[in-house]
Design a protein. Structure first.
Length: 316
């Protein structure tokens, strides 16, 4: 994103050296061959990725006096065209807005509505349509949690935290369900703990059960579900060092700092995270291409995930 922003802000071709000096995230020039090689590898990967996802990255020279090629992104080729919707498409958007508002995502829905109207698109979320909006997600507990939050009914379920061996029973007044950083969360008032709590749906065990009458409670008037989840997920930053085989783990390298080469030729990468369990999932997905050096707790977490996956494969 830093590279795209930098190349969109100029009409001239920008040299690789200037990109290295001005775009955050690249290996700084300390005069060593190692730093130069690290920058070249990262820059080549970024260029290939931008072109792969359709960003019109151009190569050329601004002047005949330039001694090397530079790069730019033509704004006219990059920007999306004006939004034009048919009546049926506008009605579908209105239906989507009704759905997200009923799922307590009114803030995001209203933001989308304002942007569309600013672009001249007439979207009427109150338009009568002979269908009921329905949302599904990959989490088995989603439907029950969403329905309980919509109907304002007390929800009971078993919940297992990553640092606990067994799930614990929770009784919650669900305020809403929200997606945050690719995961689904339930936000509500925990009746047994008498305090607001956030629950990741992937950690819900079994099928949640709603009880009691509808409309039994009301969420706070100024509730922002995403902000509540963000605050609950903020943890102390942890530093993780891994070794990756050359040319592998491209997605991991995008948010890593290259520390150099190990004795066996692997790349040593430093990662910083406030969500160690999510990072352990990501590292395990790379299989034998990535090895955790430190800390031991992260290595054990990755080994545990790989062992569990191996057991599933043997069972199949």
């Amino acid at each position: 994103m830093n590279l795209v922003i930098a190349l969109l802000g100029t009409r001239q071709y920008v040299s690789a050296a200037k990109i290295r000096a001005t775009v955050p995230g690249y290996e700084p020039d300390d005069g060593t061959d190692r730093a130069d090689e690290a920058f070249k590898r990262m820059f080549e990967r970024d260029k290939a990725e931008l072109r792969e996802i359709g960003v019109p990255l151009e190569t050329g020279r601004t002047s005949v006096f330039d001694t090397e090629d530079g790069y730019r992104i033509a704004r006219a080729d990059y920007e999306l065209p004006d939004i034009t919707l048919t009546g049926e498409e506008a009605a579908a958007l209105g239906l989507a807005l009704r759905l997200w508002q009923s799922a307590q995502l009114a803030g995001a829905a209203q933001s989308a509505l304002v942007k569309l109207r600013a672009a001249g698109v007439d979207v009427d979320p109150g338009r009568v349509l002979p269908i009921q909006p329905r949302l599904d997600a990959g989490e088995p507990a989603f439907e029950a949690c969403y329905a309980a939050a919509r109907d304002r009914r007390v929800l009971t379920f078993d919940y297992r935290r990553p640092d606990e061996q067994r799930p614990a029973r929770r009784r919650v007044q669900p305020w809403g369900v929200v997606a945050w950083h690719g995961r689904w969360y339930l936000v509500g008032h925990d009746l047994d703990r008498a305090a607001p709590r956030v629950f990741r749906l992937s950690r819900v065990v079994g099928a949640p059960k709603a009880s009691g009458p509808a409309g039994a409670f009301a969420p706070p008037a100024d509730l922002d579900l995403a902000s509540v989840v963000a605050r609950s997920e903020q943890r102390e930053e942890q530093v993780v060092v891994v070794r990756a085989r050359p040319g592998t783990a491209i997605g991991l390298r995008r948010h890593a700092t290259v520390l150099g080469r190990s004795d066996d030729g692997d790349d040593r990468l430093e990662l910083r995270t406030t969500s160690p369990w999510a990072l352990a999932d990501e590292l395990a997905a790379y299989g034998a291409d990535v090895l955790v050096e430190s800390p031991p707790r992260m290595r054990d977490a990755v080994v545990e995930r790989l062992t569990r996956l191996a057991g599933l494969a043997e069972g199949a």
